[in-house]
Write a protein that binds this ligand. Structure first.
Ligand code: SAH
Ligand code: SF4
Ligand code: F3S
Length: 481
């Protein structure tokens, strides 16, 4: 899992479900959850595990011993859905061998396709949309009585605020905490407003309590998650009017401060920032607190104003550049990553070149890059032709991927010689002699193991790098605050 990102990690990564005992007495049944898509989905799976554990379910990593299989799905691009369909076909075979097995689909694909998955394709027994997880125990019970169960109602206020998620990676050091759900922007390419519903913010006190609890359990990093974190607002309307005069209001910068104050040893990250809403007060808060990490994910999507207009992103190339300048001015040394779509409807060669020139200007530390994939019911599907040929989309993607690799390498090389505070996350994937962790800029650093462990902060001198990883040596272990 790519820690620190609210991104589509890999449209087919399985949840790291370990065996977790629920709070309620066991009902002897086992739940297997598999997650696809963005970090919010992984976070939701933990809410689901919590809801089910209160009913006596224990979670298992082994699908073969499960009584209930839930797949939390993503609809962002067509290939995300294709992978899930293939996986569901595999579960269908398991179900033929074990007719009592309950197979359910959750998340964005469930919301998008609703009953179709039950009726036309007969791939699953249960369909639950992102706002219907409290109903899961009832839905599973309905399946037990021979019915097909569906709840895809979207809500205007469900935030699962009171649910303490069951961490599916127990013993971890970095956790994700959802602060807003849904999205009120209507980017023309995007399916999320249809699958996740209206934007709503979660009660700040429940967020702070969850983060405090994580810190007490040994976590040392939290990433605050939302499709557009800058539009977080509590007790305020979108026009900034106070809803309840007797209560305090909280905006995103203030929420960040509340979380940062929990402990200087708790790192705070956030994702995703929207260029149209990212204000200087957020940047100033980042500059004020050492433990708010110097890293911003600021998706640009395209470097051309006409394409941005067709995408309905509500900003221009110049506005975006101004936001980058503000980051550089207020949070010097801040790492910046982005998302880019190639081959959006009507994208000309000149427009594509503008994306490349913007990339050259920003020199992103990291980028997630995608070929445009038309999604049913979106504004783009209704208004524009998906007219850039597949091979052109592919060629443009290769061009920007190559360019990004060079920028990542260059940015990593600039870090050689630095001595950075690194949170130790665990052993390196490649060798048990090495450990790894991230610096504030979110760069992954590998270093020889020593007299320290997961969750400790160490000072690392960076000696070498590739475009993906830095290598270094520990020069000291940080005292605990
Ligand atoms: N809320 C975030 C994005 C969430 S989706 C934001 O506004 O930045 C993550 C990324 O998937 C998007 O930034 C976009 O680059 C990509 N994406 C979304 N819809 C897509 C589509 N139809 N085709 C290709 N990429 C898409
Ligand atoms: Fe999709 Fe745009 Fe909302 Fe991001 S801000 S989730 S891209 S509609
Ligand atoms: Fe996330 Fe995919 Fe839904 S990116 S919000 S799981 S469509």
């Amino acid at each position: 899992m790519d820690l620190g990102q609210n991104k589509v990690i890999d449209e087919g990564k399985q949840g790291e479900a370990t065996l977790i005992e629920g709070n309620a007495p066991s009902n002897g049944k086992k739940l297997y959850v598999e997650s696809y898509g963005c970090q919010m989905n992984f976070s939701d799976s933990e809410v689901v595990a919590s809801i089910m554990s209160n009913e006596g379910y224990t979670t298992t990593r082994n699908v073969d011993e499960a009584d209930v299989v839930l797949i939390n799905t993503c609809s962002i691009r067509e290939n995300a859905e294709t992978r899930v369909r293939n996986r569901l076909t595999e579960f269908k075979i398991k179900k033929e061998q074990n007719p009592d097995l309950v197979v359910g689909i959750l998340g964005c694909m469930a919301e998008r396709l609703k009953k179709a998955l039950l009726e036309e394709e007969k791939l699953v027994d249960l369909v639950a949309g992102p706002d219907a997880y409290r109903d899961l125990p009832n839905l599973v019970e309905e399946v037990g009585t021979g019915q097909k169960a569906v709840n895809v109602l979207l809500s205007r206020d469900e935030t699962y605020a009171d649910i303490s998620p069951v961490r599916l990676d127990q013993g971890g050091v970095a956790a994700f905490v959802t602060i807003t759900r849904g999205c009120d922007n209507m980017c023309s390419f995007c399916v999320v407003p249809f699958t996740r519903g209206r934007e709503r913010s979660r009660d700040p006190h429940t967020i702070v309590n969850e983060c405090k609890d994580l810190f007490a359990k040994g976590y040392r990093e939290v990433t605050l998650l939302g499709q557009n974190v800058d539009s977080y607002r509590w007790n305020m309307t979108s026009k900034g009017e106070i809803k309840d005069e007797t209560q305090a209001t909280t905006n995103f910068a203030e929420l960040m401060e509340m979380v940062a104050l929990i402990s200087p040893d708790l790192r705070v990250r956030f994702s995703t920032s929207h260029p149209k809403d990212m204000t200087d007060d957020v940047l100033e808060m980042m500059a004020k607190y050492e433990n708010i990490c110097n890293y911003i994910h600021l998706p640009v999507q395209s470097g051309n104003t006409a394409v941005l207009e067709r995408m309905n992103r509500s900003y221009t190339r110049e506005w975006y550049m101004d936001r980058i300048e503000a980051i550089r001015r207020i949070v010097p040394g801040c790492a910046i990553s982005t998302d880019i779509i190639t081959g959006f409807c009507g994208e000309t060669e000149e427009e594509h070149e503008e994306t490349k020139s913007l990339m050259d200007w920003v020199e992103y530390d990291y980028a997630y890059m995608f070929k445009y994939s038309e999604r049913p019911k979106t504004l783009a599907e209704r208004r524009f032709d998906d007219d850039v040929p597949e091979e052109v989309k592919g060629r443009r993607l290769t061009e920007i991927v190559d360019m990004q690799q060079a920028h990542s390498l260059k940015n990593n090389q600039k870090q050689i010689g630095n001595i950075d505070r690194v949170l130790v996350e665990g052993y390196s994937k490649r060798s048990q002699d090495d450990m790894c962790g991230r610096n504030s800029k979110n760069s992954m650093i590998v270093f020889p193991k020593g007299d320290f462990g997961k969750g400790d902060y160490v000072m690392v001198k960076i000696n070498d790098c590739t475009s993906a990883t830095l290598k270094g040596e520990v020069v000291s272990i940080c005292p605990k605050n």
